[in-house]
Unconditional design. Sequence first.
Length: 260
Amino acid sequence: MKNTSQVYAPTNVSVESTDFFKRFTVLAYGTLAYAVGCTGLFWLILGVGGLAPVGLSEWQAGSIATALLFNTGLIMLFGLQHSIMARGRFKQWLTRVIPAAAERATYMLMSGVVTIVAVYFWQSIPGTIWQVENNVFQVAIYIAYAVGIVYLLLSTLVTNHFELMGLRQVYLYFRGKPYTALPFTKKYMYRYSRHPMMLGMLVLLWATPLMSVTHFVLAGAFTLYIAVGVYFEERDLIKNFGETYHKYKKEIATFIPGMY
């Protein structure tokens, strides 16, 4: 009679090793996606502030029309990626191919890639919209730019930064724990603005003492995307939270209390 423990032990070890390798791979993938997503975000933030070593002015098309057409294509690429990958049907399709825990990480990875592509290849357009020469006003504008960055980053922490960036999902998967959705929250800046992250982005996009046409086109394109993106995001939030979000929407302004 065979010793069954000796026969089946190697199989069990193999299954456990494979399972651990899969969970570790998903965790590593999520970490890489987080790094790429953050790189794209900070490249954009620093680029519009004139602090990035590369981007926003390195490339110049043969004509203004060509530059505008190329830039329009870049912002459409950015918008399509963010819009399509945020839709429920796409998520359902994607999670048939990859573990559900890696879905948000994949969104962040692709967001980082398209942002890097958009910033790096953004075409330069000659001209200046405005230039503030007064030192006091320059300092005030730079402070507003810094406040926009801080406000944006703090907003991600309030809503759980690691959930937003896909790290919490892959970490729970690695630990073998079931994913639990976070409850709707209304804390800190979310008590006054429904979309403080977007508000922070709008501030840092436009707070510059030297507004070149290159910067102006980029800021305008991203502002248009934010307006469209907020519309679709709120539609999804209403689906997810129902009457809770309906009530919140009536009480809290989109960006600035008393304005919008």
